[in-house]
Design a protein around this ligand. Sequence first.
Ligand code: ATP
Ligand code: MG
Length: 277
Amino acid sequence: MSDNPYQNARGNKDKSIANPKPPGTLKSYGSETEGRPGTREGQPFLIGDDMTGGYGTGADILHGCTISVDKGQIAVIVGPNGAGKSTAMKAVFGMLNVREGAVRLDGEDITRLTPQARVAKGMAFVPQTSNIFTSMTVEENLEMGAFLRRDDIATTMEQVYDLFPILREKRLQPAGELSGGQRQQVAVGRALMTKPKVLMLDEPTAGVSPIVMDELFDRIIEVAHTGISILMVEQNARQALEIADKGYVLVQGRNAFTDTGKALLDDPEVRRSFLGG
Ligand SMILES: Nc1ncnc2c1ncn2[C@@H]1O[C@H](COP(=O)(O)OP(=O)(O)OP(=O)(O)O)[C@@H](O)[C@H]1O
Ligand SMILES: [Mg+2]
């Protein structure tokens, strides 16, 4: 039996993502990521609370926007193009200043911390674009992900390769030679190399086929089952809300709807306005 914490075949169809090994016991990376729901004083594990702000001295893009995720859960942000979904993610990760509001991780106010300091606290972010080093090999990309670590990264790399077997096969190939879906696996794998408590993904399934999207979602569910919280933006709103513990519909930098993924899928107004009926 493997030590892979993600190992769980979940009926995968696509070999490029599917784990060929039989299902095993899901284990977390460490005691810190043990899957307990909620956190201190009933607060969410990670929250961008009432965030207002924009880029540099420009106009505000976010207007009192709140997004959060609980331990080991999946929170999904959907909404029209330009709604501020990526901006909200960047605000939570410290890539732009929030003028008002706060970001808290496990009860600690991290609003003023740099992105690097947030990585050290257990946050990992896969941005929407330019999320891999195309001229570097797959393995070098994974090593880059672990740049802050001083401990042995071999075990984590094996776990990533077990999660995404195609990456092991292509580990010595430049990442730029991989398909869109494989590149997204490199990006997610690179983020996992930091052993994060929270994994933030901005459109992880952008540009991939429906089958690859389903497989990638299955892998993301496995990661969440190890106790890692997932906060992700998705253009494939319907499919993403199906796997979401909590969903946010953002419109013009504001929370338009917030509920469980299922409730949003069942809401006639959300369906009509944002899910194509
Ligand atoms: N670096 C930037 N500097 C200035 N304005 C920006 C910057 N990035 C985005 N914006 C503006 O912020 C607003 C929200 O953009 P954002 O990228 O957050 O939307 P989004 O919801 O992620 O859209 P999409 O679905 O297309 O990815 C837009 O009006 C955009 O022009
Ligand atoms: Mg975006």
